[in-house]
Design a protein around this ligand. Structure first.
Ligand code: UN1
Length: 499
């Protein structure tokens, strides 16, 4: 696939031709573009423009704001193949997943358009006669979006589609590893803004750069909301900085997601689900399956079947239709994976796979075999999130023990159980079950639909994005008490008057 052709199709060939950031495709290591980073003055100007845009956009009726997002969804439909291909080229995921990522953008646009007519508040019973209480939801302000390399465009859309219908301008700082897909989306958005007609200048913008650009957005009180996706270390710094100025942070950080295979599980279904969630995206989703607890009576059989499947995974160029596993993002990711496997061995693990794979003509890409690691227990390395295709497998005896093991991780993003036993399924999703933001039955932990709220607990950061009522994170709530009587009764029956 020709990178320049795709960049030209998406209208950014020229823009991606010069600049200080060199963009390499993880597929081959080849330079596929160069982009210019923004200065502190540029970021400041983007914030100022976004803030002015807010003062206009907040008064635009929400269904009209929805029209902008509808046009974006239409545009994405037209460019799905080109943008999905660029996602593959820049992030290294297989084309099916690149296209799936753009589909996720289209889905959230559809969702947000409907939402633009459903930003409902409550009516509340007042304790006072002649009074009405209600809740109104208003735009909150500029939303800064900091996204990661592994979902270079979908995460922006979860935030942007909701923020825009909620009345909030957006400023996007993408990962330094994936600025081209961001440029492409911003270009599509610029066309959409023109088509829309009367959107205020600065409503949707992009700032490119390293962590300093992110830090500037995070520190600025004009960014009323900061939605950040990435590592727990990054989230801890962002969370503290935003809290310091009493801004609002939506954090979507790592996950050390587990699955439980019970004796009653539909084994074929479970094996397929495990393979997709542990090996898909080369283990580089925040929702990837990393820990597997298998009941001892089915453990050996499950492990040997998994090993067979692992041995058959087609690894290679993610743009070839047969490939199921593309490269890791870069050398650092490869080294981290190898370090983790080393530590797993030292902690008593038996490692199958995990080595580098050479792919003809793509010598600079970091291709690896997915690793299956049989561990005697949840040692330190198992409890650490390594962003790579490593699946630690452990035995359990009682179901309660498996739930406790699931909940031992410091992250709390996603989790799943494979069972046909109603008691096990229901206890897993109950209050004393999985402590994660996502708890699934008979599907893997990854590949969530946009209709549900997405995010997790503990070191995952607590934020929720995407479906359900996640929109409330992008608006401010006002409680209104209206007295339509001619008396002034006070709440709590307080008597306060001059004689
Ligand atoms: C991420 O890896 O940051 O549920 C997001 C999933 C995708 C999103 C992953 N819909 O796996």
């Amino acid at each position: 696939m020709d990178a320049s052709r795709i960049l030209a199709d998406l209208g950014i060939l020229e823009q991606a031709g010069a600049g200080d950031i060199e963009v390499r495709s993880p597929i081959s290591g080849a330079v596929i573009g160069r982009v210019a980073s923004h200065t502190a003055a540029d970021v400041d100007a983007a914030l100022a423009r976004a803030h002015s845009a807010f003062l206009v956009w907040r008064d635009v009726p929400a269904p009209r704001r929805g029209e902008l997002v509808r046009l974006l969804g239409e545009r994405l439909r037209k460019h799905k193949h080109a943008l999905g291909s660029l996602v593959s080229l820049e992030a290294g995921k297989i084309l099916q997943e690149g296209l799936g990522e753009v589909q996720e953008m289209i889905d959230i646009c559809d969702f947000a358009v409907g939402l633009s007519r459903q930003l409902y508040g409550l009516t509340i019973a007042s304790e006072r006669p002649g009074h009405r209480m209600a809740e109104s939801w208003h735009p909150a302000g500029v939303c800064a979006i900091i996204s990661a390399f592994n979902f270079p465009v979908a995460v922006w859309s979860w935030n942007a589609a909701l923020a825009l219908v909620c009345g909030d301008p957006v400023i996007w700082k993408p990962s330094e590893k994936t600025p081209l897909t961001a440029l492409a989306v911003q270009r599509l958005m610029d066309d959409v803004l023109r088509e829309f007609g009367d959107a205020p200048d600065g409503l949707v913008s992009l700032v490119i750069g390293d962590r300093e650009v992110g830090a500037q957005l995070v520190a600025d009180p004009r960014a009323a909301i900061v939605s950040a996706t990435g590592s727990t270390g990054m989230g801890r710094a962002v969370g503290v900085a935003v809290a310091q100025r009493f801004g609002r942070a939506i954090l979507e950080l790592g996950g050390n997601n587990a699955g439980i295979v019970t004796p009653s599980a539909d084994r074929e279904l479970a094996l397929r689900a495990i393979l997709f969630s542990a090996v898909g995206t080369a283990g580089q989703r925040c929702t990837s399956l990393r820990r597997l607890f298998v009941q001892e009576s089915v453990h050996d059989d499950t492990v040997s079947r998994l090993k067979q499947l692992y041995g058959k995974v087609p690894i290679g160029n993610p743009l070839e239709p047969r490939t199921l596993m593309g490269p890791l993002i870069d050398r650092q990711a490869f080294e981290r994976m190898q370090d983790a496997l080393q530590r797993a061995r030292a902690e008593g693990g038996k490692v199958t796979g995990g080595g580098r794979v050479s792919v003809a003509g793509l010598a600079e890409g970091y291709y690896v075999e997915p690793a299956l690691v049989e561990m005697p227990a949840q040692t330190d390395i198992v409890l650490q999130e390594t962003f790579a295709p490593i699946l630690y497998v452990m035995k359990y005896r009682d179901f309660g023990e498996a739930i406790a093991a699931n909940n031992r991780a410091s992250h709390g993003l996603s989790s799943c159980v494979f069972t046909t036993d109603l008691r096990e399924a229901e206890s897993f999703v109950s209050a004393r079950g999985s402590d994660c933001g996502i708890a699934n039955v008979n599907i893997g932990p990854s590949g969530a639909e946009i209709g549900g709220a997405f995010g997790g607990e503990k070191e995952t950061g607590g934020g929720r994005e995407s479906g359900s009522d996640a929109w409330k994170g992008y608006m401010r709530r006002a409680t209104n008490t209206v007295n339509y009587s001619s008396a002034l009764p006070l709440a709590q029956g307080i008597d306060f008057r001059l004689d």
